[in-house]
Design a protein around this ligand. Structure first.
Ligand code: PXP
Length: 237
């Protein structure tokens, strides 16, 4: 079964554009879970342009599913994730001012750093996932870091999918087969949507979880959050 973790960053972006607390990220997280999402993902960034540090603390007690926190593992970030005891941490190689994650880790180059950070999370009982491109040597490197899972960066799939779906999905299928053989769990995310999710799910084996934000929240504007989440869940059956 592939689980759906809803990334609620965009709710925070909308809230922050006006000050105040509308729409509430807490309410969004509660409702996503009520409507069937099996996880909540947030990505607190150092500039707090969407999810703020305080949100991380406020959301924690209402999580009844899986709490996944994404981010670059700065010392601040590591301490925050450990303090709130997230279920899963997804490490991304983002720079401070990056608009959104747009590449995976070079797991060979950053091996020592990743090993050290991952060991700290694992000592606290927090599952780790590292964001990678569907690159076989990066996945072999990921195995060596000691991570529990990888998250495949799916934007290249989403871009090529309308033109050549089979070619778009091929590297992800191969990456998932290798990761599974190495004993790694497999997550995926970025630019997955109602247009491409079912195809991705049907062609990429061993998929544990997808984390979806932008398209899902945009769809919810027209279809409502309940119906949108149900549609995404149905793509994963
Ligand atoms: N996974 C990671 C590591 C991300 O940074 C993001 C975007 O915050 C996502 C998944 C979700 O991407 P999208 O918002 O395009 O669904």
């Amino acid at each position: 079964m592939t689980r759906l973790s809803v990334n609620i960053n965009k709710i925070a972006t909308l809230r922050n554009s006006r000050g105040g607390n509308t729409p509430s990220v807490l309410e969004a997280a509660i409702n996503c879970q009520k409507f069937g999402a099996q996880g909540i993902t947030i990505h607190p960034r150092p500039d707090e342009r969407h999810i703020r540090r305080q949100d991380v603390l406020d959301i924690r007690p209402i999580i009844t599913t899986e709490f996944n926190i994404e981010g670059y593992p700065s010392e601040d970030f590591i301490e925050m994730v450990i303090a709130v005891k997230a279920h899963q941490v997804t490490l991304v190689p983002d720079s401070h001012d990056q608009l959104t994650s747009d590449h995976g880790w070079d797991t060979i180059k950053h091996m020592d750093f990743l090993k050290e950070v991952i060991a700290r999370f694992k000592a606290e009982g927090i599952r780790t996932s590292i964001f990678v491109d569907p690159d076989l040597s990066a996945i072999e490197g990921a195995k060596e870091t000691g991570t529990d899972r990888i998250e495949l960066y799916t934007e290249p799939f989403a871009q090529l999918y309308p033109i050549d779906p089979i070619r778009a999905v091929a590297p992800f299928k191969e990456a998932a087969i290798l990761a599974h053989k190495l004993g790694l769990g497999i997550n995926a995310g970025h630019d997955l949507s109602l247009k491409n999710l079912r195809f991705f799910h049907d062609h990429v084996p061993f998929l544990d979880e997808v984390s979806i934000g932008h398209a899902l929240i945009a769809d919810a504007l027209y279809m409502g959050l309940r119906s949108t989440i149900q549609d995404y869940l149905s793509c994963l059956q």
